[in-house]
Design a protein around this ligand. Structure first.
Ligand code: ATP
Length: 288
């Protein structure tokens, strides 16, 4: 069996002067060719974990093997093999899209992707010679993706790669991610977009308060937590009310039948278990 691309054991990380650990006892492995999703509420430690895995935070405890070597023992040659897309795209705004890619391509010792191909792929060819200062948010996010794959990485870390993109652009980026997986790359995806995680990821991990609450395939999670429900919406004193019932045995459910008899019935939806519902349950972050 080949060694996992990422192998993390008992990972702890504390920011200097912070009272609590930001990452607390994380264990996970990511196999070659996998798309692995790291999900979790704000402040759970996702970015911190990604920064440790990409060698940006080195003062950790535990072991973090990336591409066969402890990550703190890698030098800058790690970045010849690993691509990183940050959540908040940082570009040189006075340079054009092409100049930005040229600048970063020049930092690599190895071969890099053809810039025109990359610009085509993220649909920025028409704006290739425009300064990035004039770019919309979505254009910056697409340029950021192009930059993250400049070196045809073996391992690609992506933080919210489709946030702020229109549906067509988001589809394009998701298809590109799948193409990189097809050629053998491993993808570590951090996202709050549960639909994207469900569609793309072979496995997902839920990180809560710095530790992993659950790791599995989206499909298994839905089987495990899967109780189909039916939601009935009606008006009571002018306000919209909603009640949910288990789909199993619904014909004999007195509460459901009473809800159906509401004079101001507005909608009935059957609800599949979604990763979003699992997220709310696992993280306990249900809003009141
Ligand atoms: P989000 O979904 O909001 O991006 P996250 O899961 O990526 O959140 P992290 O940014 O990893 O969360 O933060 C984990 C914890 O570490 C939080 O309590 C946060 O306040 C803390 N933290 C993050 N960066 C620093 C820093 N530079 N110095 C001190 N504490 C930090």
């Amino acid at each position: 069996m080949t060694e996992p691309v990422i192998d993390v054991g008992s990972l702890d990380f504390a920011y200097p002067e912070a009272a609590a650990l930001a990452v607390n006892g994380v264990d996970l492995t990511v196999e070659r060719g996998e798309i692995f999703g790291l999900l979790g509420p704000n402040g759970a430690g996702k970015s911190t974990t990604q920064k440790v895995l990409t060698g940006l935070l080195r003062d950790y405890a535990g072991h973090v093997r990336v591409l066969g070597r402890e990550v703190r023992d890698w030098g800058s040659d790690l970045y010849e093999k690993v691509g990183v897309g940050f959540e908040l795209p940082v570009h040189y705004s006075r340079l054009t899209a092409r100049e930005n890619l040229q600048y970063f391509a020049a930092l690599y010792e190895g071969e890099t992707e053809d810039l025109d191909t990359l610009l085509d792929q993220v649909d920025l060819q028409p704006q290739a010679n425009e300064r990035v200062s004039r770019f919309s948010k979505g254009m910056r996010v697409r340029l950021s993706f192009a930059r993250s794959v400049l070196c045809r990485p073996e391992l690609l870390f992506l933080d919210e790669p489709t946030t702020g993109l229109d549906p067509v652009s988001a589809r394009r980026i998701k298809d590109l991610i799948l193409e990189h997986r097809e050629r053998g790359a491993t993808i570590f995806l951090t996202t709050h977009d549960m639909a994207t995680a469900d569609e793309m990821c072979d496995r997902v991990a839920f990180l809560v308060d710095g530790h992993i609450a659950l790791i599995d395939t989206p499909r298994q999670l839905k089987v495990r937590y899967g109780e189909k429900r039916v939601r009935v919406e009606y008006r009571a004193d002018g306000a919209l009310e909603a009640q949910e019932f288990p789909l199993a045995g619904v014909a004999d459910n007195a509460g459901f039948l009473a809800a159906l008899r509401q004079p101001t019935l507005e909608a009935i939806h059957s609800q599949e278990t979604s990763l979003e519902r699992i997220f709310i349950r696992v993280t306990g972050r249900e809003f009141e």
